[in-house]
Design a protein around this ligand. Structure first.
Ligand SMILES: [Zn+2]
Ligand SMILES: [Zn+2]
Length: 488
């Protein structure tokens, strides 16, 4: 049976993460989200390894579960509609910063290991290289290739997945400090790399434009810094529950066992387009090229986003689908949909209450977003919520794309529409004083000013089904994404 895995998260030992990143909270949120296999996070941190040993016990081969007494306490906090087994897989991120071919490289890599003793050996090896105790995601002056060699020497069952490969500042193919290919980064050990994490700002069709990446399995994970962010992106499997079976699916990309990914709309990621957040300059790649990459406000180099970087390395036009390409689905986090539908912030108390009420009625968030029947959603959450989720599933969204570290905003409803439905249906406890639209909205976008009239009207939705999986992107910061139905 198909299950969801999220193999790249963090623990409370990582900088700028939630104190709630404990195995108990993770086990609870995995059930609320509908995730079966969760990465442990922070594999290099000795304190976190101690917590693994204290709180987890071996389950299936290479997988772990919460010890019984802890699990029983967690189950008290999970509604019956969401209760399901959760497994942990030992995996965590390492930040490699080093010189290669005369340039500074900053690459994040996810390392996976089959058991506690192997993790202890990895930590012992890494502690000889740098400080692994001050940050759950340690920064090591260690070449990515050499990290791979270290873990493979410790155990051939260890694996390395380059993390969020397009992020400008910290990734294998990043514009600022990455490489132009997997081979350039991993050299003679390239054959040991079989999966790449596409990150929040890119989706599979963007990666399909680089034929060099065809032989890699494209995975997605949340990179969560707090439990509620779990599975905002995730990978789908249909294998037996075991470490070896999961990696066999990733290694082969066999469509019977590797079932594709659950994705953000890539415009929602923090580095989709180019620009300067401080200067409120947000550009499509072509606009950036027309300005020789220099900000029109401050004159400094803009941060090159993922779309631009993909275009720079692409050897295929948008819209072509390589033979091995796996299916994927683009989703919007349920709290964002609830917030937009009701005209309140996604982080508001009202949304939180409505969220848990819906999960208790229908089941885990990913089930609600991906496959719950719309009439059931309407029954539990109102017609407007069902309409919003239907639009998301059909890809009828408007995107205000992220750039230079600022998340984008994906909208399902025109800004002026009131959010009455949810209140009439009683999903929210009280009417808000003032509808405020989406949680966050950017005031202006420089490319709209540069290209007057480039913005598609807010009130029209694309209802065409596109034959090709990647749309031609309209100029300007507003995009429409491909219907999920056109993606398989
Ligand atoms: Zn990272
Ligand atoms: Zn600027």
């Amino acid at each position: 049976m198909e299950f969801v895995a999220d193999l790249h998260i963090h623990s409370h030992f990582s900088r700028a993460t939630s104190r709630d990143l404990t195995f108990e909270h993770l086990a609870r949120w995995a059930q609320l989200k509908g995730v079966t296999v969760v990465g442990s996070g922070d594999i290099a941190h000795p304190g976190w390894l101690q917590e693994m040993r204290d709180r987890l016990e071996p389950a299936e081969d290479g997988l772990f579960r919460l010890k019984d007494d802890l699990a029983a306490a967690v189950q008290q906090t999970v509604p019956p509609a969401c209760q399901a087994p959760v497994r942990f897989l030992l995996a965590g991120e390492i930040s490699n910063i080093y010189k290669r071919h005369g340039q500074t490289r900053k690459v994040h890599n996810v390392v996976c290991a089959p058991d506690f003793d192997t993790v202890a050996k990895i930590q012992a090896a890494l502690e000889r290289i740098g400080n692994i105790r001050s940050d759950g995601r340690p920064i090591l002056g260690l070449d990515s290739r050499d990290l791979l060699e270290i873990i493979l020497t410790i155990s051939p069952q260890c694996h390395l997945i380059p993390a969020h490969i397009w992020t400008p500042w910290f990734a294998m193919l990043g514009s600022k400090s990455g490489f132009d290919s997997v081979e350039e980064c991993f050299g003679d050990l390239t054959p040991a790399i079989f999966a790449l994490e596409t990150g929040l700002s890119s989706d599979p069709p963007m990666n399909w434009r680089i034929s060099n990446l065809d032989r890699y399995t494209l995975v997605s994970n949340s990179d969560a810094h707090s439990p509620p962010k779990l599975a905002r992106e995730a990978t789908l499997f249909d294998t037996e529950l075991s470490y070896a079976a999961l990696f066999q699916a990733l290694r082969t990309g066999d469509p019977a066992t590797f079932r594709g990914t659950v994705e953000f709309f890539p415009e929602e990621g923090k580095y989709h387009l180019d620009g300067h957040r401080k200067c409120n300059v947000c550009w499509e790649p072509a606009t950036t090229r027309a300005h020789q990459g220099l900000c029109s406000v401050c004159g400094k180099e803009v941060t090159i986003g993922v779309l631009h970087r993909v275009e720079a390395l692409a050897d295929r036009p948008a819209g072509q689908r390589p033979p091995r390409a796996a299916p994927f689905t683009s989703l919007i986090p349920l709290p964002e949909i609830l917030g937009e539908a009701a005209g309140v912030g996604a982080g508001s108390k009202q949304v939180e209450q409505a969220y848990h009420k819906l999960l208790a009625a229908l089941g885990p968030e990913l089930f609600i977003l991906r496959s719950a029947p719309l009439p059931a959603i309407a029954g539990a959450g109102g017609e407007r919520l069902a309409e919003g989720i239907g639009r998301m599933r059909r890809g009828e969204v408007q995107a205000d794309a992220g750039y230079d570290g600022d998340y984008g905003v994906i909208r399902l409803f025109a800004a002026a529409q009131p959010g009455a439905g949810l209140f009439q249906d009683g999903l929210f406890a009280a009417r808000p004083g003032r509808p405020c639209g989406p949680a966050r909205r950017r005031s202006t976008c420089a490319c709209a000013a540069l290209r007057p009239g480039s913005r598609p009207p807010a009130s029209k939705w694309p209802n065409r089904r596109r034959p090709s999986p990647t749309p031609r992107r309209p100029r300007g910061c507003w995009h429409r994404s491909t219907p999920n139905s056109a993606r398989r």
